[in-house]
Design a protein around this ligand. Structure first.
Ligand code: NAD
Ligand code: IPM
Ligand code: MN
Length: 368
């Protein structure tokens, strides 16, 4: 039986609560003899800062580099609002993405049948929704230099963030989006603001070139990012794959999450380039944050985290059937009426994080 080393980074806030539920699901899969998982735990974010004054230690970075996959829950929270910028919790997450070269962030927004009523949009707009947002993750304004606040002679301050994209960065994320589209609805919507930003002009030009050269069979459209935000809530089912930059991808995926019922539903996969043997570095992380407002209460929704583990099975371990069965277990449990408190809708009472995790693990056990 194949054995995989997973580096688990529960992080802060609800992070440890939702990761505990992943371990239950992994246990069911290894119990069925499909694969063995060895979980090694590390610290990231505020918890790492509290332990050793850094948002992630060098030793944990080395473990992340060596692992078959990293599973990260969430970082941040008000407790660390005043720590120096360089060691703020989010710096640990950003360093992992950058140093592991995880340029492609896949954020599927899937509306489970039972949750069509839970979306903030009308049922008919979201029923059957299946969008894949492909977010560029190691470039753009997140990492561009200079990034600084300087003091001006007149006593004012000046803050600068820099949006930078080079051709190769756009080419490789466009290729990921087109490949993905071929396996789905064969349509890519590329989004930027070429009416305002030079990086948008280059983005559109490069995506158009990649399409023409290598993927003319895929339907390509371009949409300005503000208009795309509007279209996402007007008629979301027009989209198949959306490819966009780091910042727009961050914003648009939070918007897309509400189409599915809750931010607590959206998983993600952050992938690097494949090496000669086809292996890629990968980190799996829910789209949501550490949810400080509900941390410690045992009511967080673990589905985004469990779904992220499902994406690890799909994209890192080749366990496609098991990944499909995790999605089916989630779907079945929702169909049976189980809801955590964040999923608004017709549920009369909500269940705890751990009851939701147990129910999904049990449903999976029956299906395997
Ligand atoms: P958030 O995603 O943590 O929370 C936004 C809202 O969604 C809150 O009301 C929260 O209770 C709810 N929510 C989020 N996930 C949920 C879940 N699984 N179950 C139930 N409800 C859920 O965003 P925020 O409050 O803007 O940020 C809090 C902290 O998290 C910040 O420090 C931010 O930087 C950080 N953050 C981290 C990540 C990450 O680690 N990947 C992602 C986003 C935000
Ligand atoms: C996300 C988060 C992160 C981001 C933060 C915590 C750095 O919002 O993963 O969506 O902006 O990428
Ligand atoms: Mn975000």
């Amino acid at each position: 039986m194949a054995s995989y080393n997973i580096f688990l980074l529960p992080g802060d806030g609800i992070g440890p609560e939702v990761t505990a539920e992943v371990e239950k699901v992994a246990h069911v899969i290894s119990g069925a003899g499909l694969a063995k998982f060895e979980f090694e735990k590390g610290l990231v974010g505020g918890s790492a800062y509290d332990a050793h004054g850094q948002a992630i230690s060098e030793a944990d970075m080395a473990r992340a580099q060596a692992a078959d996959a990293v599973l990260l829950a969430a970082v941040g929270g008000p407790k660390w609002a005043d720590v120096p910028y360089e060691v703020r919790p989010e710096a640990g997450l950003l360093r992992l993405r950058k140093d592991l070269g995880l340029f492609a962030n896949l954020r599927p927004a899937l509306c489970y049948r039972a949750l069509a009523e839970a979306s903030s949009l009308k049922r008919e707009l979201v029923e059957g929704l299946d969008i894949m947002i492909v977010r560029e993750l190691t470039g753009g304004v997140y990492f561009g230099e200079p990034k600084e606040i300087t003091n001006l002679p007149n006593g004012q301050k000046r803050a600068v963030d820099t949006q930078v994209y080079e051709t190769y960065e756009i080419e490789r994320i466009a290729a990921v989006a087109f490949e993905m589209a071929r396996k789905r609805g064969n349509k890519v919507t590329s989004s930027e603001k070429n009416n305002v930003m030079k990086s948008g002009v280059l983005w559109k030009e490069v995506v158009t070139d990649v399409h023409k050269k290598s993927y003319p069979d895929v339907q390509l459209e371009h949409m300005l990012a503000d208009a795309l935000g509007m279209q996402l809530v007007r008629y979301p089912k027009q989209f198949d794959v959306i490819v966009t930059d780091n910042l727009f991808g961050d914003l648009l995926s939070d918007v897309a999450s509400m189409l599915t019922g809750s931010l607590g539903m959206l998983p993600s996969a952050s992938l690097g380039a494949a090496d000669a043997s086809g292996k890629r570095k990968a980190m799996y992380e829910p789209v949501h944050g550490s949810a400080p407002d509900i941390a410690g209460k045992g009511i967080a929704n673990p589905i985004a985290m469990i779904g992220s583990f499902g994406m690890a099975l799909r994209y890192s371990f080749g366990l496609i059937e098991a990944a499909d069965l995790i999605e089916k277990a989630i779907s079945d449990v929702l169909a049976a009426g189980l809801r955590t408190a964040d999923i608004k809708g017709d549920a009369t009472s909500s269940v705890s994080t751990s009851a939701m995790g147990d129910a999904i693990a049990n449903a999976l056990k029956k299906a395997l």
